[in-house]
Design a protein around this ligand. Structure first.
Ligand code: RIB
Ligand code: CA
Length: 310
């Protein structure tokens, strides 16, 4: 039976490719996509989600708009930036999409998630690819939904260094308080952090070879051909796709059940994830953390998944 999932996202170039991989997986049934301010503004990420579903021919999936700013930090204040320097002003570079016909749902993301979760006959898995603001509000407003949630898998955090602050990863750093609420939710939570994405690199030459294979490979090449996040070996870190890969191919990951907390006060470390693999804090483990990935297996899976899309 297909696993019912909700994807909470802030597209974003890597979100876009992760969505394509999820949309055409035979193993999951995407019930709802919710949007959250992150890479770019809520308006832009929501427009991007609509454009992506139109382009990927899946306008059957509803989109609901969520939080336009983090719980506490006014959006784009602490680091005074969204991620448009990486993803482009639009959030999806300058790719030519057709205008979407569909609009987001009238109801907001929190109410939409509550409805989908409570109506599902099978416990729902939530895949979070952006700041965790929507999930935090959901758990505070409607804690009863936890009964029908299978697990939360989020792309975010870092065992080691950050990409927003010295030690702070973008999704968690944008809304640290929301991340703490999700990590302390008592649900089965799995963190797929930067450490994984920094290893699971895709090479531009792989994308160039596939660029005319289908619509999804054409989009992927276009989004990443001049990606600011590319390293000196022309390797691209497709962070959000590693979270989808964990959901669909967990056997290529190494996992540890450990204690994780979020720094909420540090002058330099606000929003960094404290992943206590050596149990120095002597706290009981609270979430699962991906600590390694088979890079070759991931690269093969990533490219095969894109070929399996339209
Ligand atoms: O730090 C990487 C994360 O921040 C990814 O989800 C990317 O899309 C941005 O949201
Ligand atoms: Ca994202």
């Amino acid at each position: 039976m297909k696993k019912p999932i909700i994807i909470d996202t802030d597209p974003g170039k890597d979100d876009a490719i992760a969505l394509a991989m999820a949309l055409y997986s035979e193993d999951i049934d995407i019930k709802l996509i919710t949007t959250v301010a992150g890479n770019v503004s809520l308006k832009k990420v929501s427009y991007n989600a609509l454009r992506l579903l139109k382009y990927l021919e899946r306008e059957d999936i509803p989109i609901a708009m969520g939080a336009c700013r983090p719980l506490i930090n006014p959006y784009k204040d602490r680091f005074n930036e969204d991620a448009s320097s990486i993803h482009g002003e639009s959030g999806l570079g300058d790719f030519e999409f057709e205008e979407p016909e569909k609009e987001p749902l009238e109801i907001n993301a929190i109410d939409a998630m509550r409805e989908v979760i409570l109506e599902s006959e099978v416990k729902v898995t939530i895949l979070a690819l952006g700041p965790l603001t929507n999930l935090a509000i959901l758990f505070k407003a409607f804690p009863e939904v936890k009964e029908n949630i299978e697990e939360i898998i989020f792309m975010g955090g870092s065992i080691n260094r950050g990409n927003l602050g010295v030690m702070t990863e973008f999704n968690i750093g944008t809304d640290p308080e929301a991340a703490k609420i999700v990590i302390d939710s008592g649900l089965k939570v799995t963190m797929v952090g930067l450490d994984i994405g920094n290893k699971a690199r895709i090479f531009l030459k792989d994308l160039e070879e596939l660029k005319d294979y289908n619509k999804s490979t054409r989009l992927t090449y276009s989004l990443f051909k001049d990606y600011k996040g590319m390293d000196k070996e022309s390797a691209i870190k497709v962070y959000d796709s590693t979270a989808i890969a964990y959901l669909l191919k967990p056997d290529i990951f190494k996992l540890e059940y450990t204690y994780v907390d979020v720094e909420l006060r540090g002058q330099y470390t606000l929003g960094c994830t404290i992943v206590d693999l050596d149990n120095r804090l002597e706290e009981k483990p609270n979430i699962y953390v991906c600590t390694d990935i088979d890079e070759d297996e991931f690269r093969k899976y990533f490219l095969d998944s894109l070929k399996n899309c339209i």
